[in-house]
Design a protein around this ligand. Structure first.
Ligand code: PHE
Length: 347
């Protein structure tokens, strides 16, 4: 009996034997039809033909009513088995097809775990910024505030108010990058002393880290752009001994024990007396200058409206590059501004 002719025979089918034959022939068909399914369209056609509402299994169920009542339970059981088999075949093929699709996709989108990954390096603060932050934290612990001032200064704050009149020879050392007749890139952070004292009354206890500019020819120890930390403490009864203590304390905190410091006479128009401070690393023979310092000149205190009879003060200007070079044994100041990652990433 051909499958095409099959529906026409159903009406005539009257015995369970005939139905059993139909079932076994359909069962065999199912197996080969399922095996031939090779696409999702073919799978859908299989479902419609065998498992659909008007499909072949459903047609056989309809024939149940024509059987003698005592055969119907047996026939129903056989038909249910057929239906289960058809459903199982469908599900199995569906899974196989899905897996084939997934496999193809995985093959296409294959990830090669041996390829080098995309590297996103994390940045960090520049060594000078780190050192500046550490210096700030030491002085903050000692009760100093952090002040700041402009990098483009006026002649008045950079020189005049610091007791360096226009014709003073000391200007030679600091004469620097002028923007016009009265504005220049500041050659030191000392102008911030004036700005702070003019805007507040004693006691004054500040540090001011910042960038400075000088007409220096670049070499291993000089740079036209560099950084200083200015310190200023003005109060009743301060002396050079207090200055020495503050510096010693700082050197100890920043470098640790074993570093020596030495003070010797110097000259700055805005301090009197003036000193320069050298330090020496443990085991080293060379002394390195780290700052200029001194007691604030009475002329400067008067200029900002303070009474030099009532208060005294001291100040220093410390080179940040110097601090970093000493601590990390860097022998060339130029590396700080060269942006060479081989240097920068070491810290
Ligand atoms: N401003 C001076 C310089 O840059 C350093 C200094 C600061 C000296 C404060 C004395 C007091 O050389």
């Amino acid at each position: 009996m051909s499958i095409a002719a099959f529906p026409a025979t159903i009406g005539a089918m009257a015995t369970i034997e005939e139905l059993k034959q139909e079932i076994s022939s359909l069962a065999a068909k199912l197996e080969s039809a399922a095996a031939a399914v090779d696409s999702s369209q073919a799978l859908e056609a299989f479902r419609v033909e065998y498992l659909g509402r008007k499909g072949r299994v459903a047609e056989l169920f309809k024939a149940l009513g024509q059987l003698p009542p005592e055969d119907r339970a047996t026939a129903g059981k056989l038909l249910n088995e057929l239906k289960s088999r058809a459903t199982a075949l469908f599900t199995a093929r569906e899974e196989e097809l899905n897996r084939a699709v997934l496999d193809a996709q995985l093959e296409r989108e294959r990830v090669d775990l041996t390829l080098p990954g995309t590297y996103h390096p994390l940045g960090h603060l520049h060594l000078l910024t780190q050192v500046q932050a550490e210096i700030e934290s030491i002085f903050l612990r000692m009760g100093f505030d952090v002040a700041s001032g402009p990098e483009i200064e006026t002649d008045y704050y950079a020189f005049e108010a610091l007791n360096i009149p226009a014709d003073h020879p000391a200007r030679d050392e600091w004469d620097t990058f002028y923007i016009d007749d009265t504005h220049l890139l500041r050659p030191h952070t000392s102008p911030v002393q004036i700005r702070v004292m003019k805007s507040t009354t004693p006691p004054v206890r500040i540090i001011c880290p910042g960038r400075c500019y000088r007409r220096d020819t670049q070499d291993a120890t000089h740079s036209p752009v560099f950084h200083q930390v200015e310190l200023l403490w003005v109060e009743e009864g301060l002396s050079l001994a207090n200055l020495k203590y503050v510096i010693e304390y700082f050197v100890h905190e920043f470098f640790g024990p074993g570093y020596e410091m030495r003070m010797s006479g110097d000259f700055f128009p805005f301090t009197e007396p003036s000193v320069q401070v050298h330090m020496r690393a443990p085991g080293a023979t060379e002394w390195l200058e780290i700052m200029g310092a001194g007691m604030v000149d009475p002329a400067v205190l008067t200029e900002v409206g303070y009474d030099p009879e009532a208060v005294t003060g001291f100040a220093f200007g410390l080179g940040i590059e110097r601090m970093a070079m000493l601590r990390y044994k860097i022998d060339d100041i130029r590396v700080f501004l060269q942006n060479d990652l081989r240097f920068i990433t070491q810290f």
